[in-house]
Each structure stands twice: as structure tokens, then as C-alpha cells.
Design a protein around this ligand. Structure first.
Ligand code: SAH
Length: 675
């Protein structure tokens, strides 16, 4: 549904052009529609509202209100206003309807439909049109329309059933999947007939198993063509109306646009190609470059759900403290926490998991168990056996009481000390009292980690005896390294995590999906981490599982994240730094695509791989984005096509919606959300 409250032309003075277009639009409604017999008030109002000129290349915008089809690129046309009105009137769209359009084209008819229905899905076979239509829809405040690049004859099975299906291209017969996806009482409107012969606009109503068909009169539409067409041929052309250059010598951005699979909305992204590539994987690692990013959590959730639904994944590993994940696992299994249990994922940075987007995935997992379809429940497992973040916050708490200066120095170090960039801040020198306080925390943490490992229902159930011995033996060193933030804390942590993960994967039935961060998921051999002698979880997975480990990186152009400005600080919504010169972000942003999936394994054989190659700077943002230059997140440099197997690009991102940690026991802010 369109967001009318945000429409800016009601609050800002209209320009001369806008006034002329509005007048032309009114004329079109009266002369082109009312006079020709369109009488549905809502349809007329919607057509009087949607600025048709915004869905056309600049060169033909002046003709926007002539009642005829106009070219929009890729050999396609925008539908004639009268025909859009006729089809939508026949569909009798209600404000609560879920509607599907086949043949997005310019996006114009989808925008009108969005004025009438509750939610709209639309499919287009030309990648270029998907990109342009998505942009026009966003620019006219119809950004909630889901646009998919695909074969519309297949409908949109995941979003079905639909109350309304409108097919904006003609076919000899109505595709079966579209009839299957029609809800009881639903209406389907489609021009039926040969491409250049007599076509009838047909409306089909579903009444239980019965389909009633009515013919509304002759029409002329472009044909419904088989399958989806080419990937986008050109990078964005800013609606200049320039014809697509026939020159076979493409720019790097154009080559990239051809190699990728674009999408405009995360719910709309077609994951079938990715699922195909994931089909043999034993472990799939998700590596967003920034934490606290809504879109990355949503993409991770979609990939996770697809792995569960289609590839038999039953194990989800979270790069989080083990006790927190054990609590989430119990909740997803349908067990409610007792009132005296502490809220899960409350330690800094709490928003990493405590956010609405991730909560939605947990709720889905819980519903899946409740629905009891007979398949095994999905288990959640925490990767951090020794609760690193908890230990850090306990140490800081202890120091705040005994040596605030040292606490401050350590907070700084936790922000800047990443192994690929040696921060200017060294470990603080502690007073005797402070050192003793830290020692006590470390001792307690080691003991807690040991108990956890040895507890019958703890992580032990995932470990073989050697792996367990190994982990128990290395616990003190690992905890101490985490606290001191010394040079080897990273490698220690990666080594332990890899040992644990390997044994989980070895014991799991289907593929295992791991939620982590780009710096851990990317292969360290392809980044600055190896220069610093560091390793990574992704690298360990590649050496253990070869091509059966699938590393997915995620990056973004601009936007905001949820983060704090100091270690342990409050959650804020902070802007991302602009892309650096020569960075991966700068290169991918030049495609001007809203979002895409990129099969990096395939690009390694081609020029795109070479163009993405070289050690390029790339953004990595953790929980803290500090205000001082020294607090800025260090930039990792890596060779993208080697670092990951797949890359998910989101042009503009937004912050996750945090679920605050309750301050008392009333649990006003439920996390996970209500079952
Ligand atoms: N409704 C559009 C115009 C549609 S023209 C508008 O308002 O601008 C028909 C569109 O259907 C074209 O863009 C064409 O590329 C698309 N199309 C044809 N066959 C298709 C298919 N099998 N799946 C999805 N889209 C298809």
C-alpha cells in the first residue's frame, strides 16, 4: 500500500512542470477513462494520483498522458492508461487484497495497483526493467511493492495465495501456476490470445474448486514470453532515454551488472540460483561487513529459511555466547523461559541479536516446531564457547570499580584492536588492585567455560572427546587473550571456534549455517589478516571442507547502522563512512543496482573477477563506530573473489530495530518476541 502520509507534493509547492502534469493527468482521467466507461471511483482516484511521467524515460515524459503505450526500453512498452484502468476495474481490487502483477514493465500499473491493494508483488523477465521500475516505485513512494526478476508465468509461490492476479502481457492460455495461486474468491485478469492476433481481456473468478470465466472485450498487449530474459545489460542509465549502446565493449560496471542477479526487495529476491549453488554445501557462513544492519539480518534470515525449507538444514550456529544461544534454542523449541531467567543476549552489543529482524527469524523457527510437520526441529548453537563478550563486560565492570582510567583504556583497545590494523592504543598498565580484580574475573570465566564444556547438556553434545580435550586445555589462554586484547586473541578465538564448528558440521545431518561477520567469514588467506599472521573461521572451513564450505560476504554502499560510540555504550543509529577510494564499495556502487547476489566462484574465470580483484579496502564495522579518528573502524583489505564464494550487495542500508534489554523483570520488551 502506498504511504500517502509521506507524499511530498502535498507539503511542497508544486513546480510548473508538476502543475502541468497534474492538469494533464486530470484530463486523462476524465477524457480517457470516465468518458470511455471506467466508473470505479477508487480506480479513477488511483489513476489521478500516480504520476505516470515518473515511470517513463525523460525523453518521453512529455507524452506521459497521451492515451497510448510508450517505449520504456528493452523493447517493451508502458501500458496504455485506459487498459490499466480496465484491467484493474475488472479485478475489483479491495483495500485488504494481496495482489500479483505479471509484467512489471515500467512499474506504472504496479504503482496504481499499490494504491488499491494492501500489498503488491510483481514479476518482470527483463533485469533492466526490474532495476528501473524498482527505482521509479521507490521515488513515487511505492517502495513497498515487491519486485522480482523472473518468469511471471510461475507466479510468486512463496507469497501466494493472491486475491488479485493481473497479467500485463498476452498469452494463448492462462498459466496454470497463476490459477493455482488464486485465493478462494480471487480474480485473475489476463489478455488471452495470440501475440499479433485477436486478444480478449479475460477475468477468471475462483469459487472453491470452480473457475468462472468471463470475456470483457478485445485488447492488444505485448506477448507473455517464456522464462526470464537476460541479466541487466547496462548499468543504470539515469532515465535519460538514451538507447542501450550496441557497443559490445562494456564498462566494468556494465560487466558487473551482467554477472550479477539483481533484486529490489529482500522478500522479492529470487534465491533459486543461490540455492542451486548451495546444494552441495556442508557449511554456509554468513559474513555481513557491518553489524547492526537491518538488511543483512533480513538477507541472512531469508537464506537460513531457504536452507531449512529446501536443503534440509537443521543446525544454525550463531557467532554468540553459548549460554545466550542455548536460551534462544530452548525458546525456539517451544519452551518458555522461567520468570527468574535473565533475558538472553543482554551483554554488549545487545542489539546484535536483540533486534526485531532477528526476532522474526526466531519466531519463524518456533512456529515451525509448533506446526509440527514431522521434520526435525532446527537446533541453535552458540559458537563462542567461552562467552567472550560477557567476559569483556565483566572485566570492564570490575575495572570501573577499581581503576576507571584503565577501564577507559581497555574500552578503547576493544574498539581499535583488530589484528589487521595495529591500533595506537596499547594494553593499559593496571594497578595491583585492578590487576587482582581482572584476575578474579578471568578465573571465574575459565571455570564457567570449563563447566559449560563438561556439562552434559552443554556444547559437549556436539564435540568428540579429542575436540573437547583440546577446547578445555586452551580455555585459560583464550580467555586471558580475549581480556588483554593482545595480538593473539584473534587467532586463538578463530582456532577454537573452528575446532568447535568442525565437530558440529561433522555431526550434523544437513548443511550447517553460521551467522558471523565478514572479518571471520572471509578467507584470511585473501586479506590483510594473513599479513598479520592471523587466521579466520572461513579459512579453517575451506581447509576442512574444501568447496563444501560456502562463504557468503555482504557489503553495502551507504546507509546507517545500529552501533555505539564507545565499548559498552548505548545503541545509536550512526551513518556509515562514505566508500573509500579504490574500495570494493566504490566499485560495486558504480553499478547503481539497488541490490544483487554475485556468484564469485563464477567470476573468478572472467574479467569481472579480475576487475574486482587486487587487495582492495573494504568496510568492516563491528559494534562500535567511535567519534575520534582513532576510533574509526579499521579498513580491511582483501581480494574479494578469493575471500568469499558469493557476495550480497545492498546499495543502501538501515539500522536494525533494537529490542531494549528490560531494566526490571516485567519483560515489557519481549525477546525473543511473543510466540
Ligand atoms: N504493466 C507494465 C507494462 C507491461 S508490458 C507497465 O505498466 O509499464 C508487458 C511486460 O511483461 C513487459 O515488460 C515484458 O518484459 C513482461 N513480460 C513478458 N513476458 C513475461 C514473463 N514471462 N514474465 C515476466 N514478465 C514478462
Amino acid at each position: 500500500m502506498a504511504r500517502t502520509d509521506e507524499r511530498d507534493d502535498t507539503t511542497q509547492p508544486a513546480t510548473g512542470d508538476q502543475r502541468r502534469f497534474a492538469a494533464a493527468r486530470n484530463r486523462m482521467v476524465h477524457e480517457g477513462l470516465v468518458r470511455r466507461g471506467i466508473s470505479d471511483r477508487r480506480v479513477l482516484d488511483a489513476m489521478a494520483t500516480v504520476p505516470r511521467e515518473r515511470f517513463l524515460p525523460a525523453a518521453s515524459a512529455a507524452s506521459a498522458y497521451e492515451d497510448r503505450p510508450l517505449p520504456i526500453g528493452s523493447g517493451q512498452t508502458i501500458s496504455q492508461p485506459y487498459v490499466v484502468a480496465l484491467a484493474l476495474e475488472a479485478a475489483a481490487v479491495q483495500p485488504t487484497d494481496r495482489a500479483l502483477e505479471v509484467g512489471t514493465g515500467s512499474g506504472y500499473a504496479a504503482a496504481v495497483l499499490d494504491e488499491l491493494a494492501a500489498e503488491v508483488w510483481t514479476v518482470e523477465r527483463h533485469g533492466d526493467l526490474v532495476v528501473d521500475a524498482s527505482e521509479s516505485l521507490r521515488a513515487t513512494l511505492h517502495g513497498s511493492v515487491h519486485v522480482r526478476w523472473g518468469d511471471g508465468a510461475l507466479g510468486w509461490p512463496e507469497a501466494a495465495p493472491f486475491d488479485v492476479v493481473v497479467v500485463s502481457a498476452a498469452g494463448e492460455r492462462i498459466p496454470e501456476p497463476l490459477l493455482d495461486q488464486l485465493a478462494d474468491g480471487g480474480r485473475l485478469v489476463m489478455p488471452v490470445g495470440p501475440a499479433d492476433g485477436h486478444q480478449e481481456l479475460v477475468v477468471v473468478r475462483r469459487d472453491g474448486d470452480r473457475l468462472d470465466r468471463e470475456e470483457l472485450g478485445p485488447v492488444q498487449f505485448v506477448p507473455l514470453l517464456p522464462e526470464r530474459a537476460t541479466r541487466p545489460v547496462r548499468a543504470h542509465r539515469h532515465r535519460t532515454g538514451e538507447p542501450v549502446a550496441a557497443d559490445p565493449e562494456l564498462s566494468p560496471a556494465e560487466r558487473l551488472a551482467r554477472a550479477c542477479e539483481p533484486f529490489s526487495s529482500i522478500t522479492g529476491a529470487d534465491l533459486s540460483g543461490l540455492l542451486h549453488r548451495l546444494s552441495g554445501a556442508r557449511v554456509v557462513l554468513l559474513g555481513p561487513s557491518t553489524l547492526g544492519t537491518s538488511e543483512f539480518v533480513q538477507v541472512g534470515a531469508r537464506i537460513t529459511r531457504a536452507l531449512v525449507d529446501h536443503l534440509g538444514c537443521r543446525t544454525v550456529v550463531l557467532d554468540a555466547d553459548w549460554p545466550d544461544v542455548a536460551a534462544l534454542d530452548a525458546w525456539c523449541a517451544g519452551i518458555d523461559p522461567s520468570p527468574d531467567e535473565p533475558p538472553p543476549c543482554a551483554a554488549f552489543p545487545s542489539w546484535r541479536w536483540r533486534n526485531q529482524e532477528f526476532g522474526a527469524l526466531l519466531a519463524w523457527l518456533r512456529r515451525r516446531v509448533a506446526a509440527g510437520d514431522g521434520s526435525d526441529p532446527v537446533r541453535l548453537v552458540g559458537l563462542d564457547v567461552d562467552a567472550g563478550d560477557c567476559v569483556r563486560s565483566q572485566v570492564l565492570d570490575a575495572l570501573d570499580g577499581s581503576d576507571p582510567v584503565a577501564a577507559d583504556a581497555l574500552r578503547r583497545r576493544y574498539v581499535t584492536d583488530v589484528p589487521w590494523a595495529h591500533g595506537p592504543v596499547g594494553p593499559p598498565t593496571l594497578s595491583g588492585r585492578a590487576a587482582a580484580a581482572v584476575d578474579r574475573v578471568v578465573e571465574r570465566a575459565v571455570e564457567a567455560a570449563r563447566q559449560r564444556l563438561e556439562h552434559p547438556s552443554g556444547p559437549r553434545e556436539f564435540l568428540d572427546p579429542t575436540a573437547q580435550d583440546d577446547l578445555v586445555r586452551s580455555t585459560p589462554q583464550s580467555v586471558a587473550a580475549t581480556v588483554a586484547g593482545g595480538p593473539d586473541w584473534w587467532s586463538e578465538r578463530e582456532r577454537r571456534a573452528a575446532t568447535f564448528l568442525r565437530s558440529i558440521v561433522d555431526r550434523a545431518e544437513g548443511p550447517v549455517v553460521v551467522w558471523s561477520h565478514a572479518a571471520r567469514v572471509g578467507d584470511a588467506a585473501a586479506t590483510d589478516l594473513d599479513l598479520a599472521g592471523g587466521s579466520s573461521l572461513g579459512q579453517a572451513c575451506r581447509s576442512a571442507f574444501g568447496d563444501d564450505a560456502y562463504l557468503i560476504g555482504m557489503g553495502s554502499g551507504t546507509g546507517s547502522v545500529a552501533a555505539a560510540t564507545s565499548w559498552g555504550g548505548h545503541t545509536e543509529v550512526l551513518s556509515l563512512e562514505p566508500a573509500r577510494a579504490g574500495s570494493i564499495e566504490e566499485l560495486l556502487d558504480a553499478s547503481h543496482l539497488p541490490a544483487f547476489l554475485l556468484d564469485l566462484r563464477a567470476t573468478r574465470q572472467h574479467r569481472v573477477g579480475a576487475e574486482l580483484g587486487g587487495r582492495r579496502p573494504q568496510r568492516v564495522v563491528g559494534p562500535v563506530v567511535g567519534p575520534a579518528p582513532t576510533d574509526r573502524p579499521a579498513v580491511l583489505r582483501g581480494v574479494l573473489p578469493q575471500q568469499f564464494d558469493e557476495y550480497v550487495w545492498i546499495g543502501a542500508t538501515s539500522a536494525v530495530v533494537p529490542v531494549p534489554v528490560p531494566v526490571d523483570t516485567t519483560r515489557a520488551d519481549r525477546f525473543p518476541p511473543g510466540g
